[in-house]
Design a protein around this ligand. Structure first.
Ligand code: F6P
Length: 547
């Protein structure tokens, strides 16, 4: 089967399993699948040095993986065979690489310097981007400095971001992660259509001093429009219609719908079709980030991402952080048959990082049709999950250490603590290092015996080890380093999508549920009965009878 509408592919479309390197990897896998990493380290004293990438303030050690130099070579060959270099070029040059939606993918332009060249449709998009950036900066300064006032003449104290998915997760994660750099404004996020969410947030607000930022690329999203309307109704109980212009701003590509909602034209921050929702925090979608930490910090976040873009674009694959992490992940996903990957930041500030990456990674690479329109018979997107250490050690680490599943994990740590509690920091980092060491080495039977364990308990205390981890050690959590880290994962997503021969930038899989929910909602409010399976029909009438 082929897709007639996407004949002129700008991305290569090579089934990875047909490549020479894939076949080599299949063969090679037989020789590495039972090798213990302990032995690889024992054989090569230089292993850690060879398998570490030092770049800027990043120290990325990928030596604790079940790979040899030959594995790595084969993986690099795979990247070449699927024409990754060409694909990177296509993305950065504004080609319509999101073929299924007919869109370019230019989030990298959002963090590029003003004199950069990102051509889309024959036009450089940079001037437009900088116009919006200036608007974000001016607006941020007015609000943060208290020059912009609410309808009773008071300065703003609270900001509410109303959005969902990419219009919520990115800003919410970054505002939480950069709370050390925050100003006096309190930032709230309303996303779920669950009315209890919006009501709990409303409880904390004073309409006189709250600014509402409605964020929706399409401005058609049920959750966001419902929450925005509920908030507007609540606001109008204490203010008049003309106060809306002072308190409501919107970020969207759909200017018509924003105006119809009642937002003043001057309060609209445009975005573009070529920014995917889950890659949009760099655009005006990041307005609440800018408001929370100030424009300068927002700009540093963007500059960090831009540095990672340059690294990704220019660095040779063997020392290219996103490429190397993506290739290793492909090895586990497609050869070791690992189903999930854990993200473990040793920083409470990154509490929402795994949740944020879940959308980025799973919405992008959860696909089962290739770029030729054919069903796929190999594994694609991994399941992403995680929580900060050390909390996660006391929650799910048991399963990673001694369970039956192979769960490769990224350990992310920062050398410096922001508040400078050296005692806590030393304890935190000792755990950070100890866990990857324990996962690598495990504990042998003789070690358990040496500890004086009674005979019958010995098997339960043995750890096999050989559990893979990447260590991403960064000097300090700052807006710039966070920008680099997020961009690193964005590029990892892209590389994996290229290798798996899928379109990473659409998300048709979320549509069906939305369509059915609309139909079911109509049934709540009328006597119409659509055709349902008996389970759904029973549940529906159960709900109707009790509500
Ligand atoms: O979940 C599907 C999705 O389209 C995401 O990709 C997007 O981030 C989210 O909905 C919100 O969309 P919008 O910004 O248009 O409201």
């Amino acid at each position: 089967m082929s897709l007639p509408s996407i004949n002129h592919m700008s991305l290569p479309s090579i089934n990875p399993t047909t490549t020479m390197s894939w076949k080599k990897l299949q063969e090679h896998f037989k020789s590495i699948k039972d090798v213990h990493m302990k032995d690889l380290f024992a054989k090569d004293m230089e292993r850690a040095n060879k398998m570490t990438i030092k770049w800027d303030d990043f120290y990325v050690d990928f030596s604790k993986n079940r790979i040899t130099e030959e594995t790595f070579k084969n993986l690099l060959e795979l990247a070449n065979e699927v024409k990754l270099k060409d694909a990177i070029k296509s993305q950065f040059s504004g080609e319509i690489i999101n073929k299924t939606e007919g869109r370019a993918v230019l989030h990298a332009a959002l963090r590029a310097p003003e004199d950069a060249n990102f051509i889309f449709g024959g036009v450089n998009v940079m001037p437009e981007i900088y116009k919006v950036k200036q608007k974000i900066e001016a607006f941020t300064n007015e609000v943060v400095n208290g020059y912009r006032k609410g309808f009773t003449g008071k300065a703003f104290t609270d900001v509410v971001n109303i959005g969902i998915g990419g219009s919520d997760l990115g800003p919410a994660m970054v505002v939480d992660a950069l709370q050390y750099y925050k100003n006096q404004l309190t930032t709230h996020f309303v996303s779920n259509v669950d009315g209890d969410h919006v009501n709990e947030v409303i409880k904390k607000l004073n309409p006189e001093t709250t600014l509402f930022v409605v964020v929706s690329k399409t401005f058609t999203t049920q959750e966001t429009l419902s929450n925005a309307n509920t908030i507007k109704d609540w606001f109008l109980k204490s203010a008049s219609e003309d106060a809306i212009a002072k308190h409501f701003v919107a970020v969207s590509t759909n200017i018509k719908n924003v105006k119809a909602f009642g937002v003043d034209e001057n309060n609209i921050f445009p975005m573009w079709d070529w920014v995917g929702g889950r890659f949009s925090l760099w655009s005006a979608v990041g307005l609440s980030i800018s408001l929370a930490v100030g424009y300068k910090n927002f700009d540093s976040l963007l500059q960090g991402a831009n540095k990672m873009d340059a690294h990704f674009k220019n660095e040779d694959f063997e020392t290219n952080i996103p490429v190397v992490l993506a290739l290793i992940s492909v090895l586990y996903n497609n050869f070791f048959e690992a189903e999930s990957e854990a993200i473990i930041p040793y920083s409470q500030y990154l509490n929402q990082f795994a949740t944020y990456l879940q959308q980025g990674i799973m919405e992008s690479n959860g696909k089962s049709v290739d770029r030729n329109g054919n069903p796929i018979d190999y594994q694609t997107g991994t399941i992403i999950w995680g929580e900060p250490g050390t909390n996660s050690q006391h929650a799910f680490f048991q399963l990673i250490h001694q369970g039956t599943k192979l769960i490769p994990a990224d350990f992310i740590g920062f050398k410096e603590s922001l508040h400078g509690n050296q005692d806590h920091q030393d304890k935190l980092i000792s755990n950070f290092l100890a866990q990857t060491e324990a996962l690598l080495n495990g504990k042998t039977k003789s070690q358990v015996i040496e500890e004086g364990t009674s005979e019958s308990i010995i098997p339960f205390k043995v750890f096999e080890g050989n559990k893979p981890t990447n260590t991403i050690f960064i000097n300090k959590l700052s807006p710039e380093s966070l920008g680099k880290l997020i961009a690193m994962y964005e590029h990892k997503i892209f590389v994996q999508g290229i290798i798996w021969n899928i379109f990473s930038y659409d998300q048709f899989g979320v549509e069906l549920g939305k369509q059915l929910a609309t139909k079911i909602l109509q049934e709540f409010n009328s006597d119409s009965n659509n055709k349902h399976d008996s389970s759904t029909a029973n549940l529906l009438s159960y709900y109707k009878s009790s509500s």
